[in-house]
Design a protein around this ligand. Structure first.
Ligand code: GUN
Ligand code: ZN
Length: 442
C-alpha cells in the first residue's frame, strides 16, 4: 500500500567525496545505526537513529533492517533489455554474436506483447538486484520503447531509455531510415522525456549500423533539448574498430566519428571505450561525456580490458559508470559487476580497484556520469528515495566470511566478490518498497 511517509533504520552507507580523488576511507560515510526519513518519494532526513527519530512523523512505523547495509540504489549505465532472453549464448566475438543471437532476438520486439513481457521480467530482475536506475537500449521498434517506459512508469523507477537507430548493416526487419528513425525518436521524446521519472536517450546503436546521415540527425535530436541523453557503443572490439575506420575514412578516430556528428557532450554515454588513446580520454574529460565500464561483457565476448585508472587520472578525470551490458554481460548484478571490475583493474593497471571506489562507481559516480547526482546516487536530504538493502549474511558462506570483517570496507569487498541478487534483501523506489526477498531463501 502506498503512503506518503516511510522510515528505514539500519547501517547507512553513502558518499561524501570522490574516492578516486581522496582516500577511499575518507570518502565513505557510514552511520552504524542510521535512520532515513522519506516523504513523497524524497529523503527528508538521514542521520543517527537516536537524533533523527525526533523528526519521525506521527504514526509512521520504522522498517528496521538490523545487521543490514542501506545504500543508494545501484545505477547500471549500460544495458539492453531485449537481450535478456539471449544472455549466456555461446561462442562468438562481438560482430558474429550480434548476427547470430542478438538481431534474431531483437526482431521479435515488433510484437508489443513480447516487448511488454520482457520489459516486465527485466525490470523485476533489476529490482531483485538492487538496481534502481539504468540506461537502457530498447530495439529499433518504437513499441519496444513504449512497453519499457510504461512498465517503468507503473513501478515509479527513474529510467533512461531509447529506440535503437540502425539504417545499415543490419537485417531488413531491424532497419529504419535516417528520416523515420529521427521522426520516431522525436515523437517518443515528446511522449516520454521528463514524464514522471522517465528520461529519453537518443540511441544510435554504433557507427557500423548508422549512416553518416543518421548520426547527423541523431546529433540534431540530442542537441534539440539540453537535458536529453545519448547512448551508443565505442571502441569495444578490434574488428569493430577496423570496420569503423573503413566506413569513416575521414574521421581521425572512432570517437571523432561521433564528435563530427555532434554526439559527444554531457549526458552522452559511451559503452565500453576499451581501446581508447590518451587524446580520447582528454576529449571525454573536456566534453563531460561518460564511459560505461562493462567488465562481465568485455570478458564474455573477449573484447579486452578497460583501463579504469587511466580514465580516472586525477589531472583529467573522465566520467565512468558501471554497466552490466546484458545480454553480452553475464549478470544484472552490480555487485557481480564490481567484483569483475576489480579483476580487470589488476590486469589493466598497477592499481587495484578499492571496494569503496567500486561502490562509488555503482552509486554516486554513476549518478555523476549521468549528470543526475542532484537527484540520485546518495542518501541525503532532498535526494530521491531509491535505496537498496544489502545482507552481508545472505548465504552461509557470506555469513562465515563477514563475521571476520573488521571494517565496512572489508564487508563491501566481500559483498562485491561473492555477492549477487541473493544479497539484496530489499529495494525501495521513490519511497516505496518494490522488492522484498523472502526470508526463507538463501
Ligand atoms: N555493439 C553494437 N551493438 C552491441 C550490443 O548489442 N552489445 C554489445 N556488447 N556491443 C554492441
Ligand atoms: Zn551494449
Amino acid at each position: 500500500a502506498s503512503s506518503r511517509h516511510a522510515a528505514l533504520r539500519g547501517c547507512v552507507v553513502t558518499f561524501r567525496a570522490n574516492p578516486f580523488l581522496t582516500a577511499p576511507e575518507d570518502a565513505l560515510h557510514v552511520e552504524e545505526d542510521g535512520l532515513i526519513l522519506i516523504t513523497d518519494g524524497k529523503i527528508t532526513h538521514s542521520g543517527p537513529y537516536t537524533q533523527t527519530r525526533a523528526f519521525l512523523p506521527e504514526g509512521v512505523s520504522v522498517t528496521h533492517y538490523p545487521n543490514k547495509l542501506i545504500s543508494a540504489g545501484f545505477i547500471d549505465s549500460h544495458v539492453h533489455y531485449p537481450q535478456l532472453p539471449v544472455i549466456a549464448s555461446w561462442g562468438e566475438e562481438l560482430l558474429a554474436w550480434l548476427q547470430q543471437y542478438v538481431f534474431p532476438a531483437e526482431a521479435k520486439f515488433s510484437d508489443k506483447d513480447v516487448a511488454q513481457a520482457v520489459a516486465k521480467s527485466f525490470l523485476t530482475e533489476l529490482l531483485r538486484n538492487g538496481t534502481t536506475t539504468a540506461a537502457v537500449y530498447c530495439t529499433v521498434h518504437p513499441e519496444s520503447v513504449d512497453a519499457f517506459f510504461e512498465e517503468s512508469a507503473r513501478i515509479g523507477t527513474r529510467m533512461i531509455a531509447g529506440k535503437v537507430l540502425m539504417d545499415r548493416n543490419a537485417p531488413d526487419t531491424l532497419r529504419d531510415t535516417a528520416r523515420t528513425g529521427y521522426e520516431q525518436s522525436r515523437s517518443l521524446i515528446e511522449r516520454w522525456h521528463g514524464k514522471g521519472r522517465q528520461l529519453y536517450a537518443v540511441t544510435p546503436r554504433f557507427a557500423i549500423t548508422s549512416t553518416p546521415e543518421q548520426l547527423e540527425l541523431a546529433g540534431d535530436l540530442y542537441r534539440s533539448q539540453d537535458d536529453l541523453f545519448m547512448q551508443t557503443h565505442l571502441s569495444e572490439n578490434r574488428e569493430e574498430i577496423a570496420t569503423v575506420a573503413r566506413l569513416f575514412p575521414n574521421s581521425a578516430s572512432y570517437l571523432d566519428v561521433y564528435d563530427k556528428a555532434g554526439l559527444v557532450g554531457p549526458r552522452a554515454i559511451f559503452g565500453h571505450g576499451i581501446h581508447l588513446h590518451e587524446h580520447d580520454f582528454q576529449h571525454c574529460h573536456d566534453t563531460g561525456c561518460a564511459l560505461a565500464h562493462c567488465p562481465t561483457s568485455n570478458f564474455f565476448l573477449g573484447s579486452g580490458l578497460f583501463r579504469l585508472f587511466d580514465a580516472k587520472a586525477t589531472n583529467r578525470p573522465v566520467h565512468v559508470g558501471l554497466g552490466t551490458d546484458v545480454g553480452a554481460g553475464t549478470s544484472l548484478s552490480l555487485l557481480a559487476t564490481m567484483g569483475e571490475a576489480y579483476k580487470v583493474s589488476l590486469m589493466a593497471s598497477p592499481q587495484r580497484l578499492h571496494a569503496i571506489q567500486a561502490f562509488w562507481l555503482a552509486t554516486r559516480g554513476g549518478a555523476e556520469a549521468l549528470h543526475l547526482e542532484d537527484l540520485i546516487g546518495t542518501i541525503a536530504p532532498g535526494m530521491e528515495a531509491d535505496l537498496c538493502v544489502l545482507d552481508p549474511q545472505a548465504t552461509p558462506l557470506l555469513a562465515l566470511r563477514t563475521r571476520e570483517s573488521k571494517t565496512v570496507a572489508d564487508m563491501l569487498f566481500v559483498l562485491m566478490t561473492l555477492g549477487d541478487d541473493r544479497c539484496v534483501d530489499a529495494t525501495w523506489v521513490n519511497g516505496q518498497c518494490v522488492h522484498q526477498r523472502p526470508s526463507s531463501e538463501a
